[in-house]
Design a protein around this ligand. Structure first.
Ligand code: ATP
Length: 359
């Protein structure tokens, strides 16, 4: 029997609402072969307002000692640090735990709406590998301002940081059946190498790593063109690797093509620790109304189990991950429990209960 203890952080806004539904799914797959337990901890903007801390020592310690971290969402639009930036403990955790790979599967489930006109037989199913710890975000909290006249942030690309995210992307690609359009295993490096030395360096290191994987097609695209390709022919893509800021932006674009942020799970994965959270934020405009889509959060819990399964060569965790993913697929295919963002009228709880029923 395998046993895992999770750190669970609901956070702000809709974070705790969607987390409640993910925990229901985790309870349902927990059993004699897979004993899951968790400790809940606080973090976020509301906590910062109350206590002056957004990521208390105890929360960080819990994350460091748990087998994996499940995270809802944090940050509130009106609550800001004195320099005007958002309270974002999830970003602090990325750096503190060196969660360098932002893994964002973009998959259109049958029954989920896409704003794209998708030709018959085409599917959207690719994975974004966003470098999580450097790029433009390396500057977070460290940019410079000159009085009231100028502000500067720097973009940092290192060889080590690029090599490890590129390798992870290629390794992941080897586990996949290839791009939906042609079955070719393909990793696409997205950059702006025609304009900036930093991105040209990112591309050069990517191409060096690509030589270690002769069975995978490696290609490069500029980010501006890529935002067009991902709306014109997303089925051509398999695995995409890119710098932090570009990853931030294209992840939302990708999510929009598969039903929106409520459908997009993610994992922030490092060498030792991993944190799983929906790609969406705290959605203050719908918080407290019980109408948030919990599927991104539930799918993030499935990713967590998949990661535990891989890390510990644990078939029970892998099976549990697959069960949750299939249950989500079944609920969407049936179409009886959908929240407003994907064209239904169901509440957060009703969708969570439907997934539970399918499990
Ligand atoms: P962040 O900067 O933290 O990513 P944000 O303000 O850019 O946050 P979100 O909080 O993710 O973005 O919200 C963007 C939009 O998507 C909002 O209109 C919100 O209501 C909607 N949205 C986000 N998540 C969900 C969800 N789970 N269910 C339904 N709608 C959602």
């Amino acid at each position: 029997m395998s046993q895992y203890r999770l750190a669970v952080i609901g956070g702000d806004g809709i974070g705790p609402e969607v987390m409640a539904e993910a925990l229901k799914a985790l309870r349902a797959v927990s059993g004699p072969a897979l004993a899951l337990s968790w400790d809940e901890a606080d973090a976020g903007a509301a906590l910062w307002q109350r206590t002056g801390e957004d990521l208390p020592k105890e929360t960080l310690a819990l994350c460091q000692t748990a087998d994996a971290i499940l995270f809802g969402a944090t940050g509130l639009p009106d609550v800001r640090y004195p320099d005007g930036t958002e309270i974002a403990p999830q970003i602090t955790l990325r750096f503190a735990l060196d969660l360098y790979a932002g893994v964002r599967p973009i998959r259109l489930y049958p029954g989920a709406p896409s704003p794209l006109a998708i030709p018959a037989g085409r599917r959207i199913d690719y994975v974004i590998f966003r470098e999580n710890t450097e790029g433009l975000f390396a500057s977070r909290g460290g940019g410079a301002t000159v009085g009231d006249t100028a502000a500067v942030d720097s973009l940092v690309i290192t060889r080590a940081g690029t090599e490890r995210i590129a390798r992870r992307a290629f390794e992941w690609c080897l586990r996949r059946p290839g791009a939906p359009a042609d079955g070719v295993r393909r990793v696409t490096c997205v950059d702006k190498a025609n304009m900036f030395r930093s991105y040209a360096f990112f591309r050069r290191v990517f191409q060096e790593v690509a030589r270690e994987y002769p069975g995978v097609e490696a290609e490069c695209a500029y980010v501006d063109a890529m935002s067009m390709y991902l709306t014109q022919a997303p089925w051509r893509y398999d695995v995409i690797v890119l710098e932090n800021m570009f990853g931030d932006i294209l992840s939302d674009l990708g999510a929009a093509t598969v039903g929106g942020l409520g459908m997009a799970p993610s994992g922030d994965i490092g060498g030792r620790w991993a944190l799983f959270q929906p790609s969406h934020g705290t959605a203050p405009d719908i918080a407290g109304q019980g109408i948030a889509n919990p599927l991104a959060m539930i799918l993030s819990a499935a990713m967590l189990l998949q990661w535990l399964g891989d890390r510990h060569a644990d078939a029970a965790a892998r099976v549990a991950a697959e069960r949750i993913e299939k249950a989500v697929g079944a609920v969407l295919a049936k179409g009886h429990a959908k929240t407003r963002d994907i064209g239904g009228t169901a509440t957060t709880r009703e969708v969570g209960d439907a997934v539970l029923g399918a499990l």
